[in-house]
Design a protein around this ligand. Structure first.
Ligand code: ATP
Ligand code: MG
Length: 357
């Protein structure tokens, strides 16, 4: 059974101007998040990601649909029962949201005090959490004495204090530099691996999804336009919005500007071959071209690794007579994705299979 299940969930806000229309922030979203997943939610600003998180966290009521968290349909619960649900969900934020007047230790102890833990239990738990996030020497420091990465580690320790089953991270690394982002992502991966906590990561940073998530949902205008295994979505995105996002991080796909530059620099027909481990082999493409007596040159490409699986895109300039090239490409299409970079048409694996001539 999924730990979080949304079934046709919609959230509508009243109009923000007197004659405006209601704002549909989340529009008929259906998705399941399995226990132990690191589930990424990605989308441009205003797509509805944070709203979705506030619904899962039971901070706001849904307008329509069913939302089941840990086996309980929270759309039917009263405030008193919702508080218990919220206790089972930890949350970390872009701006860390630490209490600046409290020490690190007091920040982490805060949810435990609210939950009525004894002082001895609180002390033991805080020490354990500080060790886990690598900040045992900072117990008495105040947030302003910490770096951004250290603040977020305090945020993570505080979110984990009451042993939640789910951790929600809304743009948790967006205020951090790349190196610190990497450290915080490592820590989140450990939280998931060592404590089995289901993590829901909301971000507009595709590389965060690429390194951390197992599954991903892409949101646009309140809707989930694509969801699935991260490798599947990254190596073969189906929706135009997913293709735009994926194109920003995936190596080997020439942008329109790069395509123009390739066309200016190389003779012959430019063709991008896309490979995924488990399906076709690149070697076969080279063999097919050589067997057809075609001359070719590798002009652009890249191989991507996601969670130990590889996929890549190689662009070749192929020279020879056109019917021979057509015949070879027809053979190759049986085992690889082939996209021709035509004169002015969009290309890349984003374009329809077979591409444009
Ligand atoms: N309380 C509210 N009242 C009215 N409209 C709202 C409210 N909260 C959010 N919205 C609207 O809902 C839509 C989705 O907002 P949301 O904050 O969920 O987007 P987001 O994907 O998290 O964006 P960002 O990446 O900028 O954080 C936006 O159009 C926003 O203006
Ligand atoms: Mg947001």
């Amino acid at each position: 059974m999924p730990i979080v299940s949304l079934q046709g969930v919609t959230k509508t806000y009243p109009p923000t101007t007197r004659d405006g229309a209601p704002v549909v922030a989340v529009d008929d979203v259906t998705l399941d998040i399995e226990q132990g997943d690191v589930f990424g939610i990605i989308g441009y600003s205003g797509a509805g990601k944070s709203t979705l998180v506030r619904l899962i966290n039971a901070l706001e009521p849904t307008t329509r649909g069913r939302l089941i968290v840990d086996g309980v349909d929270i759309t039917t619960l009263r405030e008193r029962d919702l508080r218990r649900i919220r206790g089972g969900i930890g949350m970390i934020f872009q701006q860390f949201n630490l209490f600046s007047a409290k020490t690190v230790k007091a920040n982490i102890a805060y949810p435990l005090r609210l939950a009525g833990w004894s002082k001895a239990d609180i002390d033991a738990r805080v020490a354990e959490l500080l060790a886990f996030v690598g900040l045992s020497d900072k117990a008495r420091a105040f947030p302003e004495q910490l770096s951004g990465g250290q603040k977020q580690r305090v945020g993570i320790a505080r979110a984990l204090a009451t042993r939640p089953a789910i951790l929600l991270a809304d743009e948790a690394t967006s205020a951090l530099d790349p190196q610190t982002t990497h450290e915080v992502l490592e820590l989140l991966a450990r939280v998931n691996r060592e404590q089995g906590i289901t993590i829901i990561v909301i971000t507009h940073e595709m590389d965060v999804i690429q390194t951390l998530a197992t599954r991903v949902a892409v949101m646009e205008c309140g809707r989930v336009v694509e969801q699935g295994d991260v490798f599947e979505v990254f190596s073969d995105p189906q929706n135009p919005a997913s293709q735009r996002f994926v194109g920003t991080v995936v190596k080997g796909v020439p942008t329109p500007a790069e395509q123009a530059s390739l066309r200016a620099r190389h003779d012959g027909r430019l063709v991008t071959f896309s490979f995924r481990d488990g399906d076709s082999s690149q070697a076969q493409v080279f063999l097919d071209l050589a067997e057809a007596g075609l001359e070719f040159e590798l002009v652009f490409g890249g191989i991507n690794d996601i969670r130990g699986r590889a996929f890549g895109h190689l662009t070749l300039a192929i020279r020879g007579d056109s019917p021979a090239i057509d015949a070879a490409l027809a053979r190759i299409r049986a085992h690889a994705t082939v996209t021709e970079i035509g004169s002015d048409a969009p290309a890349g694996p984003a374009a329809a299979e077979g591409g444009v001539a």
